[in-house]
Design a protein around this ligand. Structure first.
Ligand SMILES: NC(=O)c1ccc[n+]([C@@H]2O[C@H](COP(=O)([O-])OP(=O)(O)OC[C@H]3O[C@@H](n4cnc5c(N)ncnc54)[C@H](OP(=O)(O)O)[C@@H]3O)[C@@H](O)[C@H]2O)c1
Length: 336
């Protein structure tokens, strides 16, 4: 028998999630890989999907998009990525229904894990690093980026934000980090002493961001929040600037008068690694991005903090922990 997390209607994740037991999956078919998972991360996007789930009960749906584990079988005639074979440690992404002990995964989503990486990093090796790669690519489309243009990002202490900071340091991009508290700012300053951090706790924070940019034009903003924050970032952006919206933390809508966009020729772009990357990127680009994600995991191992690890029977605690203010790192669930 094997166990998986399910919900049958949308709602607060801690209330609607449960674990069911069922027979083990049959052997994988062509194009599939059977994986015995060891751990999965609880990403904010997983929780949004559960909250927005159907109002009326439906067949059990398993949440999740990423997990790590060991290959048990490969479907006949299946093309797999380099290094993927029976007995090897892998991570899968994007793989809907990853919160399970066993997964019959799409072979295209299965990636071998470098030996040097512990399971805690392997469990988060793809979704967030690929998001950082996707965002970097968006920024680099701006002509001033990488020259005199400066990047700002909100929710900079998040798991994604720390990777964006690390990647910006590799490439020597000018960056100003924005967080919502002095506590979060102090934590980030400790990790990245050379990167300015501004807390929105202070009323004059927008001027502090401009000052921290040191006279460079603020060309690109990555925004995980939305709502009023997006509007404030548009005010901070230099003419011709680009705002990349990739998170939906704020409940209020983004409200902006057309004149703000028009007078400064701003670009507002939404990006999503789950629906965007697999469909927009060619197989070659996906392979290249995965190689970069592995390099990020290897080089920035210390930025893959685990906020806490829970067991499969503790999923309600895990999902509550995942939204706690001030948490640093990703919540993981061990599947056995
Ligand atoms: N579009 C995509 O493809 C994609 C992919 C991955 C992630 N994301 C999004 O990226 C964001 C970060 O994900 P993650 O896994 O890195 O998150 P995480 O590690 O759980 O961190 C969440 C961060 O959000 C901050 N935060 C929460 N509520 C806030 C608020 N009301 N105002 C300001 N800051 C707030 C927290 O700050 P404190 O430290 O102060 O609590 C924390 O730093 C999420 O919104 C997620 O949905 C999008």
């Amino acid at each position: 028998m094997t166990r998986r997390v399910v919900y049958t209607r949308g709602g607060a994740p801690a209330d609607v999630l449960t674990v069911i037991e069922e027979p083990e999956p049959v052997a994988p078919e062509r194009g599939q890989v059977l994986i015995r998972t060891t751990a999965f991360p609880v990403h904010p996007g997983d929780l949004h999907l559960i909250e927005a789930g159907p109002g009326d009960a439906v067949d059990p749906v398993t949440p999740g998009i990423e997990a790590t584990g060991v290959v048990e079988a490969i479907g006949p005639g299946t093309r797999v990525a380099p290094g993927v074979e029976v007995g090897v440690r892998v991570t899968v992404f994007p793989q809907p229904g990853s919160w399970a002990q066993r997964l019959v995964a799409d072979a295209e989503a299965v990636v071998a894990v470098p030996e040097e990486l512990p399971d805690e990093v392997a469990a988060q090796m793809l979704a967030n690093p690929l998001t950082a790669v996707m965002l970097r690519r968006e920024a680099q489309e701006h002509l001033a980026f990488g020259y005199d243009g400066c990047l700002v990002q909100t929710a900079a202490g998040s798991s994604v934000g720390r990777l964006v900071t690390g990647v910006s340091q590799f490439h020597n991009f000018a960056l100003v980090n924005i967080v919502r508290s002095e506590r979060g700012a102090a934590e980030l300053r400790k990790r990245f002493p050379d990167v300015p951090v501004v807390s929105t706790e202070h009323p004059g924070w927008a001027d502090e961001v401009r000052k921290a940019a040191g006279g460079r034009p603020v060309s690109v903003a990555f925004d995980a929040i939305g709502g009023k924050m997006t509007r404030s970032l548009m005010d901070i952006l230099a003419p011709g600037g680009k705002l990349v919206s990739y998170g939906m933390i704020a409940e209020d809508p983004i409200s902006v008068h057309a004149s703000t966009l028009v007078s400064k020729s701003l670009t507002l772009r939404g990006k999503n690694i789950i629906s965007g990357w697999p469909s927009e990127a060619s197989p070659e680009r996906r392979a290249s991005d995965i190689a970069t994600a592995k390099q990020i995991a290897l080089a920035l191992k210390d930025q893959f903090d685990v906020a806490a690890t829970y067991g499969l029977d503790e999923v309600p605690d895990a999902v509550e922990h995942a939204v706690q203010p001030g948490k640093v790192g990703t919540v993981l669930v061990r599947t056995w």
